[in-house]
Design a protein around this ligand. Structure first.
Ligand SMILES: Cc1cc2nc3c(=O)[nH]c(=O)nc-3n(C[C@H](O)[C@H](O)[C@H](O)COP(=O)(O)OP(=O)(O)OC[C@H]3O[C@@H](n4cnc5c(N)ncnc54)[C@H](O)[C@@H]3O)c2cc1C
Length: 442
């Protein structure tokens, strides 16, 4: 059945014939009888990956295949979402090795974007914890791969935006936890220089992220709140929680009721929001213990919050620049604050080393900015691209809806090797997306 679909940024919106499957045989049959198609998880990427005229959704293909509680090994079908996995593993004393800022993504999507979390500098991307997976190739043949077997297929699938085939089964390692709580430290930083310094000084923390007010100028340019965290030990949690230290958090969610009119988001309203966020912490440093939910997934508390950006949608512009290119970060934030472009708090993280073929992270700083779609946005983002490239950085494909192919080429040294592997496994470029065609990958 044809329907209108979009990813999280609600830009672009397209009409697509979406098909789903429950059994592997059904999927093989679907592939045989579908012309060109795009694999799709839960549509939580922001831009135009996972979109095309014909999509195959994994959401009904979502069984747990095995869970070794002693060794912390988990194996599932690709349509299972992280929220469901957490409900099973947390009460048994395990956690996801890497998690993005939302739990509403599928395991297939986690591999295809090779997602990163607040712990990249310590634990790397999701793929670092994958032991093996099955991929249904465009030919209809099932192939098992791992870092050691069919390694080229494995490498190009991690971060390969679904272009090698449909990921059907993933087996990965979990992280041991004593409690479901996080010992959190929040530090207010008066400006960008201070927050970058704090990141460096607190590298030993497993988790770190900063929320930046990108509209501030002058001596408060880049003022932020840095949030650090560790999985709390049993001795660190409040007495009342010790009876059930691995309790799942309460499901408290509110729903964003409708699309906000686009005029609501302007320099004034965004400045007020940012002011409130910065001043809600009255002390310079706050130490507390919180459930994992508000620490990892603060935005999941408001279902459909993307509607706040209006019907025209928004772009999440996420780039990374190497540590030595951090001046690029300053230049981009300056452009944002000068233009007064309505981005709420931007998210800043630090990345560690990464030797992947096509995954986004590289050792450096990454910043993610949400910006509403307007006609003025496109030339503005082209300007930002020039800065990113001049400092040796790149953009995250999973958030992208508009980068030019040259930008991808300049940012990703592994691109030609990646394209070679795609040609080998994705015969006749049967698997594609609007994004992969736009970027000349397929
Ligand atoms: C609020 C929010 C916060 C986020 N925070 C982060 C973050 O901190 N770090 C981060 O890395 N990302 C983050 N993301 C992005 C998100 O984690 C990724 O885009 C993820 O890939 C989405 O998974 P999905 O299941 O929704 O897949 P989709 O969005 O449906 O698809 C994403 C890509 O995966 C491919 N794909 C999906 N399933 C399969 C499959 N079975 N086989 C082959 N290919 C497949 C699609 O073709 C597409 O290219 C965030 C997104 C949101 C909405």
């Amino acid at each position: 059945m044809k329907k209108k679909i979009a990813n999280w940024g609600n830009y672009p919106v397209i009409e697509s014939e979406e098909r789903s499957f429950r059994f592997t045989e059904e999927l093989i049959d679907l592939i045989k009888h579908t012309n060109r198609f795009t694999p799709r998880g839960n549509g939580r990427c922001y831009g135009d990956a996972a979109l095309s005229k014909e999509t195959i959704s994994s959401l009904k293909y979502n069984k747990i295949l095995s869970f070794d509680i002693n060794a912390g090994l988990f194996e599932c079908q690709s349509g299972l979402t992280l929220d469901k996995i957490l409900e099973i593993i947390v009460p048994s004393g395990w956690f996801l090795p890497v998690t993005p800022g939302t739990k509403f993504i599928t395991i297939g999507g986690a591999v295809a974007s090779d997602v990163h979390g607040k712990n990249h500098h310590i634990d790397g991307c999701f793929s670092k914890h994958v032991l093996e997976m099955d991929i249904l190739l465009a030919s209809g043949e099932m192939s098992t791969c791992s870092p050691y077997d069919n390694a080229d297929l494995f490498m190009a699938t991690c971060g390969g935006m679904g272009l090698t085939g449909i990921i059907t089964r993933v087996k990965f390692k979990l992280k041991k936890i004593e409690t479901s709580y996080i010992a959190q430290k929040q530090i207010k930083a008066a400006n960008l220089e201070e927050v970058l310094d704090l990141f460096e000084k607190n590298k030993q923390y497993t988790y770190s992220v900063a929320w930046i007010d990108c509209l501030k100028k002058g001596k408060h340019f880049g003022r932020s709140i840095l949030i650090l965290g560790e999985h709390a030990g049993i001795g660190e949690i409040p007495k009342k929680n010790k009876l059930n230290p691995l309790a799942l958090p309460n499901k408290k969610q509110i729903k964003f009721p409708f699309y906000l009119p686009s005029w609501v988001l302007n320099k004034l309203t965004v400045s007020i929001f940012n002011w409130l966020f910065y001043h809600k912490n009255t002390k310079k440093v706050i130490n507390n213990v919180v459930s994992y939910e508000p620490f990892f997934y603060p935005l999941d508390a408001i279902l459909d919050w993307n509607k706040g950006y209006g019907k025209k949608g928004f772009i999440q512009y996420q780039f990374v620049v190497p540590i030595e290119g951090k001046q690029g970060l300053v230049e981009i934030l300056k452009k944002i604050s000068d233009q007064g472009i309505g981005s709420f708090l931007a998210v800043l993280k630090i990345f560690g080393n990464d030797e992947s073929l096509i995954s986004f992270p590289m050792k450096g700083y990454t910043l993610a900015l949400d910006i509403p779609v307007t006609d003025k946005l496109w030339p503005f983002l082209d300007e930002l691209d020039k800065i990113v490239i001049s400092y040796g950085g790149r953009l995250y494909m999973s958030k992208d809806a508009r980068m030019h192919p040259e930008m991808l080429e300049k940012g990703y040294p592994g691109l030609s090797e990646f394209k070679k592997i795609i040609r080998k496994f994705n015969l006749q470029k049967k698997i594609y997306s609007i994004q992969s065609d736009r970027l000349n990958i397929t």
